[in-house]
Ligand binder design. Structure first.
Ligand SMILES: NC(=O)C1=CN([C@@H]2O[C@H](COP(=O)(O)OP(=O)(O)OC[C@H]3O[C@@H](n4cnc5c(N)ncnc54)[C@H](OP(=O)(O)O)[C@@H]3O)[C@@H](O)[C@H]2O)C=CC1
Ligand SMILES: O=C1O[C@H](COP(=O)(O)O)[C@@H](O)[C@H](O)[C@H]1O
Length: 452
């Protein structure tokens, strides 16, 4: 079946920095079907050649990863149409004459998802068409419901791909292999053996010129509501019957339904905002002094909360999720902390309990355990069993685009997951908006807000 890819928002940062390079990687690996037209739609007054020049410039930044032949092959598949995609007439004209069955990718600010989907309903899509929606999926649960409702009028749920690129990261996919292709982890993967789980995605990056989006979103909506809750879902879900487009989203949805929002919002949530400081030798201004930031919004650049999962497997185990910008290090990992042994036959000094860490970028898995020391055989020493994972052949967006072109939605977020994730964060959003939790400050380059 011939496919075409219409990228609405085809002149944006996501398209230039991530989608086009990922498509070029697919060309380079032979995973890009030769007859796919990629049609970008934006408001710039360009023709095909003007767009190709822009794309060539953006792709040049990826010369080290993708050779020129592959980049030029992709460029030859690109077309451009101008139009306001929220206007049904202009959208119809922009999509007119797309060859084959289209995949319509909303690489747009989430504020225009809804009017664009309404316009798509008016235009109508042919049988077999797929619709891709970027993140964050709405601004709150009501908005996510409204988006799901209009999507249902447009295409069947199995034709919707809600993007979360974390699901295509090597470490995340390895969590599935680690848990479900080995016998040794599942028997201890429960409240009987696990004391707590930390899901951490600290970034040294600051705002990086993204105020237009980020200052209205903040760390909670940008990262915790979607990426980090997806990681929680993969850590905590029950084994799926198969890694496919029904079992995997269904098991994730089950566990998200069981997540209880933070019990005590003042105690179990932290929000912060960076002030001026130095990160890895780079001087960053106060967040409020960044171009395009409106300090009166009180946007957080650091967000943390602790939740529990109300089911048999996880009763009482805290899951702490944290993320922040302009922090001192890129600590990015899922850390599963096990309980101490029930009886230690080596004296009274309890060693640190075991920790399993799944690390991001560089991807790897560390198992921290206690062994007998080299000197006194009855002394204990900490050892780390390490697996460094080879670099992924395709970037995360490349994996998702390959799945999409193959018609698979296994790595998509389902309608239920999207709404449940908003249910979990809504009490936090409400408490923060009402000023019930102080907005703490932390210097750029530090380890985050000092908690009282
Ligand atoms: N950038 C990133 O690193 C990431 C972005 N995302 C998500 O991707 C989406 C896009 O983000 P990003 O590319 O950064 O945003 P940008 O603001 O850079 O780009 C948005 C694009 O949408 C176009 N656009 C906006 N409104 C309309 C309209 N009514 N009609 C036609 N075109 C329109 C803009 O065109 P014009 O400028 O001409 O108006 C532009 O091409 C967001 O949902 C974001 O959350 C997800 C992960 C990472
Ligand atoms: O979606 C987003 O993710 C990035 C982090 O992911 P990475 O693949 O770029 O490491 C984050 O920086 C950004 O704020 C957020 O929108």
């Amino acid at each position: 079946m011939r496919r075409s890819l219409a990228v609405l928002g085809g002149t944006g940062d996501l398209t230039g920095r991530l989608l086009l390079p990922s498509l070029a990687s697919l060309v380079a690996t032979g995973a890009f079907p030769h007859d796919v037209e990629v049609r970008a739609v934006g408001t710039e007054d360009w023709d095909d050649d003007g767009y190709r020049d822009w794309a060539r410039g953006r792709l040049a930044a990826h010369a080290a990863e993708v050779d020129e032949r592959a980049r030029e092959r992709l460029i030859s598949c690109l077309r451009y149409r101008r139009g306001d995609v929220t206007d049904a007439g202009q959208l119809r004209a922009a999509l007119d004459g797309l060859p084959g069955v289209p995949i319509v990718y909303l690489a747009l600010p989430n504020t225009v998802f809804h009017p664009t989907l309404e316009a798509l309903v008016e235009v109508g899509l042919p049988e077999g068409a797929q619709v891709v929606v970027e993140k964050p999926f709405g601004r709150d649960r009501a908005d996510a419901r409204a988006l799901n409702e209009v999507l249902r009028r447009l295409v069947p749920e199995e034709a919707v791909f809600r993007i979360d690129h974390f699901l295509a990261m090597q470490t995340v996919l390895n969590l599935l292999g680690l848990r479900f292709a080995n016998r040794i982890f599942e028997p201890v993967w429960n409240a009987g053996h696990v004391e707590r789980v930390e899901i951490v995605f600290d970034e040294t990056l600051g705002l990086e010129g993204r105020a237009g989006y980020y200052d209205t979103a903040g760390a909670l909506r940008d990262m915790l509501q979607n990426h980090l809750l997806q990681l929680l879902a993969l850590v905590a879900m029950d084994p799926p019957h198969a890694i496919d487009d029904t079992s995997l989203p269904a098991r994730k949805a089950d566990v998200l339904r069981a997540v209880r929002p933070p019990a005590d919002l003042a105690r179990d949530t932290v929000r912060g905002r960076y002030t001026a400081g130095t990160v890895a030798g780079r001087q960053l201004p106060d967040y409020t002094a960044e171009d395009g930031v409106d300090p009166s919004r009180g946007t957080e650049t650091y967000a943390e909360f602790t939740v529990t999962v109300d089911n048999w497997r996880w009763a009482g185990v805290p899951f702490r999720l944290r993320t922040g910008k302009a922090l001192g290090s890129d600590r990015q990992e899922i850390a599963v902390h096990f309980k101490p042994v029930p009886h230690l036959p080596f004296g009274d000094d309890q060693p640190e309990p075991d920790v399993l860490r799944l690390r991001f970028d560089p991807d790897g898995i560390d198992l921290e355990i206690n062994l007998n020391g080299a000197g006194d055989p009855f002394d204990l020493e900490r050892e780390v069993l390490q697996a460094a994972l080879p670099r992924q052949e395709l970037p995360a967006y490349g994996v998702l685009l390959r799945e999409l072109l193959a018609g698979s939605t296994t790595l998509s977020i389902s309608d239920v997951e999207a709404e449940e994730s908003w249910r979990i964060v809504e009490p936090v959003l409400a408490a923060w908006a009402a000023g019930e939790v102080p907005l703490l400050e932390y210097p750029a380059g530090s380890s985050g807000p000092a908690q009282p």
